[in-house]
Design a protein around this ligand. Structure first.
Ligand SMILES: C[S@@+](CC[C@H](N)C(=O)[O-])C[C@H]1O[C@@H](n2cnc3c(N)ncnc32)[C@H](O)[C@@H]1O
Length: 284
């Protein structure tokens, strides 16, 4: 079987297994490139070459796992975010393209070159590492509770640069925050999914850690704790918060921002027009 034939057959099998129409061909290209260690140009040039039995066996292994619902990023062990490729696997949230809006807003709104920033939930390190690659003088403090996430974050920190300003703290954000305060900003993608909704999410999401998703009964429980007087008191005047939120949480989070005394509060929408990032500033 040639590369091209396998791509076509694999795409059909992915579609039959429930992979979305817009993703199936892209998945096949990524599988071929990752398994056979090819650039996209090499893959295209080899379109009419025949795959060896060994190559086919390796490709089949990946394709079968993907058809069974495992996220492609877990199978290949990597996920693209902004301009970098992050190591990921079981136990760490796969960084989402939507979260790039949070990074974009942080780069736009945080003007101090030496800002001290706190993050609840480092995960793979995608947000903090990306921000420090763009703003190397920021001081980043990221809390994380999940041992698998901590391990992936450490790997990404060592592979993607030299990050003296990234402090990965192995503890509960709500216990450790005060020790390192004051901070200028909180930038985070906290868990914000309603607990009852988690079992209804896609089969891919069911492979991801519940701790990364679970926002309690209302979905707003972690956001409410972050937007509490105790946390906001530990921010420097003129600083603020930038938080990723769920698409139906804009009005509720706007109320939380205002209740805790933040000003200029707003909800930024993602490219699909859905509420995605909450912003509020502490008065000077
Ligand atoms: C939605 S994920 C975000 C991960 C990563 N920042 C990203 O955007 O890809 C939330 C993360 O917060 C972590 N987490 C949840 N509650 C926490 C807490 N109280 N303290 C520290 N980390 C927490 C989870 O383990 C998970 O990695």
């Amino acid at each position: 079987m040639t590369y091209q034939e396998y791509t076509r057959i694999g795409k059909e099998r992915l579609l039959q297994s429930g992979v979305e129409v817009g993703d199936a061909l892209d998945h096949m290209h990524r599988i071929l490139e990752a398994v056979l260690r090819l650039s996209s140009t090499e893959r295209i040039l080899k379109a009419n070459e025949t795959l060896s039995p060994g190559q086919l066996a390796s490709l089949e292994n990946v394709l079968q796992r993907r058809c069974a619902g495992e996220p492609l990023q877990y199978i290949l062990g990597e996920a693209d975010f902004w301009n970098s490729r992050f190591k990921v696997g079981k136990g760490v949230l796969i960084p989402r393209p939507e979260t790039e809006l949070l990074v974009e807003k942080a780069l736009e709104r945080i003007v101090s070159p030496s800002a001290r920033i706190a993050e609840l939930g480092a995960g793979s390190g995608a947000i903090g590492i990306t921000c420090l690659l763009e703003r190397p003088k920021w001081e980043w403090f990221a809390w994380e509770l999940n041992p698998a996430s901590l391990s992936y974050c450490r790997t990404n920190l060592s592979l993607l640069g030299s990050f003296k300003n990234y402090h990965l703290l192995e503890a509960d954000f709500f216990n450790g925050f005060g020790t390192y305060a004051p901070f200028d900003w909180i930038v985070a993608n906290p868990p914000y999914i309603r607990r009852s909704e988690i079992p209804t999410l896609s089969r891919e999401v069911s492979h991801e850690p519940t701790l990364a998703l679970d926002g309690g009964i209302t979905g707003l429980e972690v956001l409410e704790k972050m937007l509490s007087p105790r946390i906001i008191a530990a921010l420097t005047p003129g600083g603020g918060v930038l938080l990723e939120i769920g698409e139906d949480q804009g009005p509720a989070v706007l109320r939380l921002l205002e209740q805790v005394g933040l000003v200029e509060s707003s909800i930024e929408k993602d490219l699909a027009g859905r509420d995605r990032v909450a912003y509020g500033r502490k008065p000077k």
